[in-house]
Design a protein around this ligand. Structure first.
Ligand code: ARG
Ligand code: ZN
Length: 854
């Protein structure tokens, strides 16, 4: 069934209080729920409680056991006709967490029992009106075996505990804050605690705990530091204080996505908690910091103010991503963080926005809400908030967010509520801006500069267009904020940046006092999530790559320089690479630049990004052109790469931004060196792999070796496997590195790896490491035999029977068939059809595949 945003209606019944009693056991858990329900308004509709795979063993109303005909099942839901306006409802159900392979609801993971409820997992635990606008106070009692489950955690504060006969014990937790059921959580297991504390701005002491398996305790320092930094940051930047006496985090090995912001009890995929230099790369460390912050920030943007319905998902996710992005920027480099965030946006969201699964930041309809935890909701949603913040400036933005939090605290709100609060608190008219929430598709902005030497003026003509997307053939112009500057060629500077508001389909802006034609720097800082098409010569781009004072624009000029050469060559033109090589040399040797920035700027655009710049993607030609250019850059600047590789070697490990930047640059130098084909390349990579005192350099050396046929490649892969085979998160890197390699035999290697004894469909991280990485490897996945498509389709079909949510996430790469030649498109469609023909397909996969074929 299709759910429509316009069909929203307020709940028939509220549930102000719920008390839950769990008798925990992996094979058979009993859940007794007592709900106080109150009728909302004057109507005679029955109480309908959602369920998913549950059957009621008992139903009581106001202490009286109901007989057969007094309640009924309507599909999976429990329907109870009720005479009065307030009642106590009690239900009893039984669950088997150890058989719950969907990892939604209550499930077992590595000896633990844990929950995941967002979006609609609570209905797999007990009968309840499972919608986010029902806010209830929770009291939770858990009883379990004392030896297997010595630790019992839930939301809020612990209030009582005790022991029982037969080696069992119990604990009760109360959460004073009314919350939607998607924020419910419990964890039971043999866990150790990394404990710390935080004193809030009003002087309250909060007990912090990160709960992991005992052996993982040494890997929790970074997460704890990130948590404390996040708490201080949200006080300083948004004036938001934590509100309970305890804040707990639990790391679990089997998890469908990154983490979950359950009130007072965040549950994490262990890959976003555990980190030490031996096993975590700098990217992993940054991921831990960002996700810990993200989930913590949800306490206000998500929990204190939640969503009225799931169409408003970006209300909490877009805003919270914006908050975590700014936090990470403050912890490290603003310039580099912006470049990384835009790279992610372009790789994931722009692709989504230009394909069959495109949807607005506030969608109009869905079949399975789990499919809408997308780059559009999260990352484009964050860009919308960023544009509002830019248009308002920091003080007025803060006034808007204060108003939003004050006005909606304790409520289930909408995106419209947020925009209104920004309008009123910030003092701005966002009427046209609202289209960003309504219209899908990435706007294109054509920018043309016309110089009039006689009048000494320059006219900037801007034209916007938004491509059609499913269900939205025609679009209205958006309000697009573009940070813009015009550079004087002679002096290498601009005369001040202006914020241009493009609000019409075509608009022109005139600037005076230009005797010579200036050079255009536009969408600086990536101020709007759009695709800019500006005709700038290689000379002008080279100028900006050397002189632009906006680091993002400087990076962008460099990338565009490379894109022009590569896309031109794929189209058969022989474009000179001299400007690229010179710009890389000048950037890499500029002593004023941060090595982390240099590393970003001198990296070639990915094969996928190059594909996105072409009318039709030619994976083989793109790979060949990019590989050849990488080799030429390697060869022409070989001494430079050797210097950098030697100079950036650190004495001892540190996580300082400078040390991380040095590693990033050193790894790029190694990549170019090996790409040059120099005889000692593989041995240099092998020594870096072998001698590294940290995973960043070891994994990067392994990835570089993995691209080429050599003895060193096989040796390094063997050593890596034997060293880390018992550590799941690190073994994931072994799978991922091979699946992502630019190696001619990747398709066959991945097929073999899928049969490896350490591969399993039951762990989402392992599946993503192999098939997620492979499907993102353009050259390998789009092997013209179609073998890559078949392997991914096989995986989706098999995984759908175990874990539909994770299976559905593998489908979008196959849905991009329109972007490829007819031969590939036919093969891709055939695989989609084969998936769709599977009997008993989940609605998760059916929705993604069905939409992809249309
Ligand atoms: N709210 C969580 C977060 O962003 C993610 C929940 C994802 N749920 C899902 N069904 N995919 O932090
Ligand atoms: Zn989130």
């Amino acid at each position: 069934a299709i759910i429509h945003r316009q069909d929203y209606s307020p709940p028939d019944w509220f549930v102000p209080e719920i008390s839950l009693d769990f008798t925990l056991d992996p094979a058979s858990t009993q859940v007794r729920a007592t709900l106080s329900v109150t009728r909302n308004g004057a109507h005679e509709r029955p109480l309908i409680l959602d369920g998913d795979g549950l059957s009621p063993m008992e139903v009581q109303v106001d202490g009286r056991l109901l007989q057969g005909g007094e309640w009924m099942m309507k599909g999976d839901a429990l329907v109870i006709p009720l005479p009065g306006d307030a009642h106590q409802i009690e239900t009893l159900v039984e669950l088997a967490p150890e058989n719950n392979s969907k990892l939604m609801g209550l499930y077992a993971s590595g000896g633990l029992l844990c929950t995941q409820c967002e979006a609609e997992g609570f209905r797999r635990i007990t009968f309840f009106p499972d919608r986010p606008d029902i806010l209830s106070r929770y009291s939770v009692c858990m009883e379990a075996d004392q030896t297997r489950y010595p630790i019992l955690l839930s939301n809020g504060d612990p209030v009582e505990q005790g022991s029982l006969p037969n080696g069992r014990h119990w604990a009760r937790w109360n959460d004073p804050f009314p919350k939607p059921c998607y924020l419910f959580a419990l964890v039971a297991g043999d866990l150790s605690c990394k404990a710390d504390s935080f004193v809030t701005m009003s002087g309250r002491t909060v007990r912090l705990g990160i709960w992991v398996k005992e052996g993982d305790l040494p890997r929790t320092d970074h997460a704890m530091q990130a948590l404390k930094n996040s708490m201080a940051w949200d006080e300083r930047v948004y004036g938001r204080e934590y509100d309970l006496d305890v804040f707990n985090i639990v790391a679990v090995a089997d998890f469908n996505f990154g983490a979950m912001e359950n009130k007072g009890l965040n549950i994490f995929n262990s890959r976003y908690i555990l980190a030490d230099p031996e096993t975590a790369t700098d990217i992993d460390y940054d991921g831990v910091e960002a996700v810990v912050a993200h989930e913590y920030f949800h306490n206000w943007s998500g929990n204190r103010v939640t969503c009225r319905d799931w169409f408003q998902l970006s209300l909490k996710e877009g805003f919270t991503v914006f908050r975590d992005q700014n936090f990470s920027a403050d912890m490290g480099s603003h310039a580099v963080k912006r470049i990384e965030d835009v790279r992610v946006l372009r790789a994931a969201q722009f692709q989504e926005d230009s394909g069959p699964l495109a949807h607005p930041v506030r969608p109009e309809s869905y079949i399975e809400i789990s499919n809408f935890y997308t780059a559009t909701i999260y990352n484009k949603g964050a860009e919308l908030i960023r544009m509002i913040a830019l248009m308002l400036g920091p003080d007025r933005f803060r006034a808007g967010s204060d108003l939003y939090f004050d006005r909606h605290d304790g409520q289930a709100a909408t995106c419209e509520d947020f925009v209104k609060a920004m309008e009123e608190g910030g003092g701005i008219d966002l009427r046209q801006f609202r289209r960003w929430y309504e219209q899908a598709g990435t706007p294109h902005v054509r920018a043309t500069l016309r110089h009039d030497p006689a009048a000494q003026t320059v006219e900037l003509l801007l034209e916007q267009s938004i491509p059609p997307t499913p269900g939205q053939p025609d679009k209205q112009p958006m309000a697009i904020p573009l940070r813009t500057a015009l550079f004087d060629r002679a002096v290498g500077r601009h005369r001040g940046e202006t914020l241009l508001m493009l609000t019409q389909a075509q608009q022109s802006f005139t600037f005076s006092g230009f005797a010579d034609a200036p050079i255009l720097s536009i969408n600086r800082g990536f101020s709007a999530p759009v695709i800019v098409e500006a005709d700038r010569s290689q000379t002008e781009l080279a100028f900006l790559s050397a002189h632009d004072d906006d680091p993002f624009a400087r990076y962008e000029a460099m990338q565009q320089l490379m894109v022009n050469v590569l896309v031109g060559r794929v189209a058969g033109q022989n474009i000179d690479e001299g400007a690229v090589v010179a710009a890389i040399r000048d950037t890499a040797t500029d002593p004023k630049l941060d090595p982390a920035f240099i590393a970003e700027a001198i990296r070639l655009p990915s094969e996928a990004y190059l594909g996105d710049q072409m009318a039709q993607v030619d994976p083989d030609a793109i790979h060949a052109a990019r590989d050849a250019l990488q080799q030429r850059i390697g060869q022409q600047l070989e001494p430079l790469w050797r210097d950098i590789h030697a100079n950036m070697k650190a004495n001892g490990f540190s996580l300082s931004p400078a040390a991380k930047g040095a590693r990033k640059l050193r790894n790029i130098a190694l990549l170019y060196l090996v790409a040059s084909g120099t005889d000692d390349g593989p041995t240099m990579a092998f020594s870096q792999f072998d001698e590294a005192d940290n995973m960043t350099e070891r994994q990067s050396a392994l990835a570089t070796l993995a691209n080429n046929i050599s003895n060193e490649r096989e040796a390094a892969l063997d050593i890596f496997y034997n060293r880390y085979r018992s550590d799941a998160l690190t073994l994931d890197k072994w799978f991922q590195t091979q699946a992502f390699a630019s190696h001619p035999d990747t398709v066959d290697l991945v097929e073999e790896l899928a049969r490896h004894p350490d591969f399993t469909l039951s762990n989402p991280n392992r599946v993503r490491s192999l098939f997620g990485a492979f499907a993102g490897n353009q050259w390998a996945f789009h092997h013209k035999s179609g073998k890559g498509y078949r392997m991914v389709a096989d995986c989706i079909i098999a995984l759908d029977k175990i874990n539909p949510q994770t299976a559905a996430r593998l489908a979008p790469p196959l849905g991009r068939w329109r972007r490829f030649d007819e031969g590939r498109a036919v093969l891709m469609r055939a695989e989609l059809q084969r998936i769709l023909a599977e009997p008993g397909l989940s609605k998760d996969v059916a929705e993604q595949v069905g939409k992809s074929l249309n």
